[in-house]
Ligand binder design. Structure first.
Ligand code: FAD
Length: 503
């Protein structure tokens, strides 16, 4: 598994790396010490195209692949963890949500200025009582004439004090659970009632303002809802999945900085008349640090690769973030050990790396939540069609799956599915149905299967769909017809995945 950047993209990473060495590393300690948002540096990065890296040029972006984007973000984080958060929250959360779910008009109005660095973006999801459990949020949006009225508070909003465009998730239908959340574009300069209540004093990540926000009956004109009303939960999770790859990049960058500092120190520091780098215990530490770093990099690129290929990447992104977060903290910890007493002081940067790294394990899904996400997919959610009798809804017909074959069933099941799955899911099902099949097992989880075209003998029919935040992939080989029925066989490389019902 090799994730090589194309020569042009390698050149861009090299340019970013040189920029970081020249402009970021010399001021990183000061950014940390003062905790001030590095506005001049961010402006310069905007001019260099570093605030819209993965977006197409038509929306002011640099058109980089996700591999190149995360490589560059790792470089930026190597220079400063705070800059890693600023760029990550701006790009992977705010701008990415607009790119993914915005209308053409919304992208032109808001994404272009974000990509070009004229505006700064933020994403406001968390609240005082709604962190891991975002459906517990209290913020609401109500229809007001042609527009909307936003009321509520948000916590821990990265870039919250400096943002020009904030994607806010709030409840449009408090009774509807996950289907009752929607995302809105909020413009602090234009929308009266947007108040910054204060910023958090933090262990690390200083320089990226983490704000508490209050929305005092903020009027949002028509055209500010992102996507459809009720899509907010799924949009947020999708955004967080992309964000998790960028947090992995932040982890990789911080770990790289900690390793680089340790190698340099091990060569220069002498004890017992020799460089400490000559001691086997120090050499082994460096070897372990580098090995962990390389595995984190691989998982980061693996997640980016799946995203680029438009394959399900929820698990890959969770694994990349989980691992890179822990690696960055462990490598920074070892870096302090290599530095001895000096490492515990602010004279050397490794204590900052340690403080900055810790955050990776908390935001955009704590390590515990990520383990839940991964475990759901590793343990619970892998099933095969042959083991589960279920219903397939495909084309104009509804079918019932038995062990090893597909049989026709009553089409009235579609109505039942609609009731079980909810309108939002059902509309997605309808979209997928024109060339796919969708079903639900008897025990409530939904099955979604896709075929790229009408199955024929010997064809592998592999496809995947997203149902809200849930990724689904199915691989079915239609081998031959027996007594008028298509026979399928499980593709060994892909697996049918059971997904949970929302709400
Ligand atoms: C510096 C910083 C920047 C941030 N930036 C943003 C931002 O830009 N936008 C935004 O919306 N939010 C942001 N956040 C919020 C962040 O995403 C949340 O802090 C995070 O999701 C955890 O939520 P919580 O703090 O409420 O912890 P809680 O959800 O209260 O969790 C507390 C502990 O319980 C564990 N836990 C909770 N539920 C479960 C479960 N089901 N299973 C196992 N363990 C569980 C958690 O893992 C954790 O260890 C930021 C936070 C920080 C610290």
């Amino acid at each position: 598994m090799e994730f090589e950047l194309a020569p042009a993209q390698r050149q861009i990473r090299q340019t970013v790396s040189e920029f970081v060495d020249r402009e970021v590393i010399p001021v990183a300690a000061e950014i940390d010490a003062t905790g001030e948002f590095p506005a001049a540096l961010i402006e310069e990065m905007g001019e260099l195209g570093l605030l819209g890296m993965p977006f197409p040029e038509e929306y002011g972006g640099a058109g980089l692949s996700y591999h190149a984007y995360v490589s560059c973000l790792a470089e930026i984080s190597r220079g400063s963890g705070a800059l890693g958060t600023i760029v990550g929250a701006h790009t992977s959360l705010a701008a990415h949500l607009l790119f993914q779910h915005g209308t053409t008009a919304q992208k032109r109005a808001y994404l272009t200025s974000l990509s070009q660095g004229e505006d700064i973006g933020a994403f406001a999801l968390s609240e005082a009582d709604a962190g891991s459990d975002i459906t517990a949020m209290d913020s609401t949006v109500q229809q007001d004439g042609d527009g909307y009225r936003l009321e509520g508070t948000k916590m821990w909003v990265s870039n919250g004090t400096v943002a020009d465009t904030v994607i806010v998730v709030a409840k449009t239908d408090p009774e509807a659970g996950r289907q009752g959340l929607s995302s809105f574009v909020v413009r602090p300069e234009e929308d009266d009632g947007y108040c910054v209540e204060g910023t958090e004093a933090k262990l690390g990540d200083r320089g990226c303002p983490t704000a508490a926000l209050r929305f005092d009956s903020v009027y949002l004109p028509a055209g500010r809802c992102l996507g459809e009303e009720g899509d907010g939960f799924y949009q947020a999770l999708h955004g967080l999945n992309c964000g998790r790859i960028s947090v992995a990049a932040r982890g990789v960058g911080i770990a790289q900085a900690a390793l680089d500092a340790s190698v340099a120190y091990a060569e220069q520091r002498e004890q017992f008349d020799q460089p400490i780098g000559a001691f086997q215990s120090i050499r082994h530490k460096l070897a372990n640090m580098d090995t962990k770093l390389q595995t984190a990099k691989m998982l980061m690129h693996r997640a980016a690769d799946r995203k680029i290929r438009d394959e399900p990447f929820v698990k890959a992104a969770a694994q990349a973030k989980l691992h890179a977060s822990e690696v960055s903290r462990e490598v920074a910890n070892q870096a302090i050990q290599v530095h001895g007493g000096y490492g515990y002081t602010t004279e050397y940067p490794v204590e900052r790396f340690y403080r900055d790294a810790k955050l990776n394990e908390i935001y955009e899904g704590t390590s515990e939540i990520l383990r839940n996400t991964i475990a759901d997919r590793v343990i619970d959610c892998w099933h095969t069609l042959s083991k589960n009798r279920g219903y397939l809804l495909g084309g104009n017909s509804v079918q019932h799956t038995g062990a090893g074959h597909i049989r026709h069933c009553q089409s009235s099941l579609r109505v039942t599915l609609s009731r079980i799955l909810g309108a939002d899911i059902q509309s997605r099902c309808d979209q997928a149905c024109w060339h796919g099949t969708i079903g639900a097992t008897r025990r409530a989880p939904i099955w979604v299967f896709g075929t790229a075209s009408t199955p024929g003998p010997g064809d592998w029919k592999i496809s995947h769909y997203s149902v809200g935040s849930t990724e689904v992939r199915a691989g079915v080989r239609f081998r031959r017809r027996r007594r008028g029925k298509w026979i399928y066989r499980k593709n060994r490389e892909t697996t049918h995945r059971r997904v949970r019902l929302p709400g």
